[in-house]
Design a protein around this ligand. Structure first.
Ligand SMILES: C[S@@+](CC[C@H](N)C(=O)[O-])C[C@H]1O[C@@H](n2cnc3c(N)ncnc32)[C@H](O)[C@@H]1O
Length: 270
């Protein structure tokens, strides 16, 4: 059973079969995928407390080592990283293109007594003349995989680059699609989707589309359809956008097994 406004009904008989259509895949826009019903359950899905325990001070340490102070959280979602980093002393600006996510983030900032500036803006419209520049741009939670076309991803990465001060750092993470496409999907629940009331499984999967299905204990199901970018390809796209890729991490470790890590995090600078 699906909520009436579920993002994408899984196993629906009338869902178009996109198998084999390659780059022509056009899934729902991200703004529709993050509908109000799904977003109202986002924090239950990710579990802030367990996620904070799983990643520890990883991002704040990387940012401190890079000498960053002013941070732009480009895909803030419900605000998890903006809150962690603000509490760690960084000057954070939050941003997301989904109005429902921005509403949720604002509520989360307010309930924690944090006055974090936030804007609702698609990455294609980010402009340093309006926003100023930053020491670091973050695009976390496998968010960039919502962009299906390589030239468009490179254009977005260039937008991020323009927001950076000289020497600024970019942190982008992604699901480990190398393992997923090789049939080794794992979602340990230790780092990202930590909530215990939902199960994450795979729906449709091929080289140009990956569908994650989130099934909650009460039977509600939602899905996200994203582009399964391989980690090496994303590093190449970052270079094409003018970044120097410094290092990749698997589940927050610099030495990792590329076939078992849940998430890969890329660190780059200009
Ligand atoms: C998987 S969620 C991750 C949210 C958050 N970073 C987290 O880890 O919990 C992906 C986020 O990216 C945002 N997003 C996707 N494409 C975007 C775009 N073109 N412009 C701005 N935000 C975008 C979505 O609205 C969504 O909030």
């Amino acid at each position: 059973m699906f909520p009436s406004n579920a993002s994408s009904p899984v196993n629906s008989a009338d869902r178009p079969d996109l198998r084999g259509v390659g780059q022509a895949v056009t899934p729902l826009a991200y703004t529709e995928q993050y509908n109000a019903d799904f977003v109202s359950r986002w924090d239950e899905l990710i579990d802030w407390t367990k996620r904070a325990e799983g990643e520890g001070p990883f991002f704040s340490q990387l940012l401190l080592q890079a000498g960053a102070c002013r941070v732009f959280d480009a895909s803030c979602g419900s605000g998890f990283h903006s809150v962690q980093l603000r509490r760690a002393g960084f000057d954070v600006t939050a941003c997301d293109g989904s109005p429902t996510m921005v509403r949720q983030a604002k509520a989360n900032f307010a309930s924690r007594g944090l006055d974090i500036p936030i804007l609702c803006c698609d990455w294609h419209d980010l402009d340093p003349r309006q926003l100023g520049t930053f020491d670091a741009v973050l695009c976390l939670g496998s968010s960039l995989c919502h962009v299906f076309e390589e030239p468009e991803r490179i254009a977005v990465l260039k937008r991020f680059r323009r927001l950076l001060n000289p020497g600024g750092v970019l942190l982008v993470d992604q699901r480990n699609f190398q393992a997923i496409l090789a049939g080794q999907f794992s979602s340990s629940g230790r780092y990202y989707y930590c909530g215990k009331t939902a199960k994450v499984t795979l729906g449709e999967l091929h080289e140009s589309l990956c569908e994650f299905v989130y099934t909650f204990a009460d039977g509600a199901r939602y899905s996200l359809r994203v582009c399964p970018i391989l980690p090496g390809r994303l590093r190449g796209e970052m270079r094409s956008a003018g970044f120097v890729v410094k290092q990749s991490y698997g589940d927050f470790k610099s030495v990792y097994d590329p076939m078992t890590a849940d998430f890969i995090i890329h660190q780059a600078h200009i």
